[in-house]
Design a protein around this ligand. Sequence first.
Ligand SMILES: [Cu+2]
Length: 305
Amino acid sequence: MKKLTLALAMALAMTGLAQAKTVKVTLTAKEVDLPIDNKGTMYRAWTFDGQIPGTVVRVTEGDTVEFTLVNDKSSKNSHSVDFHAARTDLVKDFESIKPGETKTYTFNATHPGTFFYHCGSDPMIQHIARGMFGVIIVDPKDGNALPKADREYVLVQSELYPNPDNQNDMMANKWSNVMFNGGVFKYDPVHDPAATRILQAKPGERVRIHFVNAGVNEFSSFHPIAGIWDRVYPGGNPKNVMHGLQSYTVGPGDGAAFDIISPVEGANALVSHVMRQALTGAIAVLQFTKDADPKAGKGDNILVK
Ligand SMILES: [Cu+2]
């Protein structure tokens, strides 16, 4: 039996197919104060794991995800998790749990892609707008389904509603700024000299952006200024592939993977080309330099904190 398993593993390795496994994932709902710009303006956020976006979840197509939600004792509200990568019963699995409670459910990651996850508790518009969202990447089980990325980055777009308690503002779409990864101009020292972070890569490298639009209301027109998307994978699924695009629209609650390669050194700016979104904060500088940090865009560094 052992021999057979080994033979199967070797055969799978030769085909580049990953073996399905069970992955335990835990997210903790936490209501915390977080800085939402480079100056350190604090915001009463609701989060997963105390950060916006929440921890990046990464599994492989075919894996079983054994998911546990912990709603921290210090929370004042009930919370839940809706994984867009799951096919299940929303009543049974996406239900809200009270502060101090824990809930576990299991799903099979049947479809590869760049998926949204978010709190679905009532009022959902407020739970998402305050920061309860993140990304689950389901890598294709065929390791050769996508061209190998030299670096990867996660970017999540969302709107900032200055008063987190005012649900009417959210319903009326009265946002003040649009953010990438929970910060206004977080990766843009050009528009905000207080910004200390950028994305980086070397010329000629294939950079893959796992992009999710958390909304809650706005469509994004994701565009690389001074670059061209080499490939865009709607939904992040390798079966959906488009070539040579300048912009691609990602609606609220959707995701896509974007590949870019620069032939030259210099800066690109990844923006939502909806100008009111870009000019209020939805810009991330991607610097192409031969001196790019070898650790940037790899492993845990795909989410630049
Ligand atoms: Cu919530």
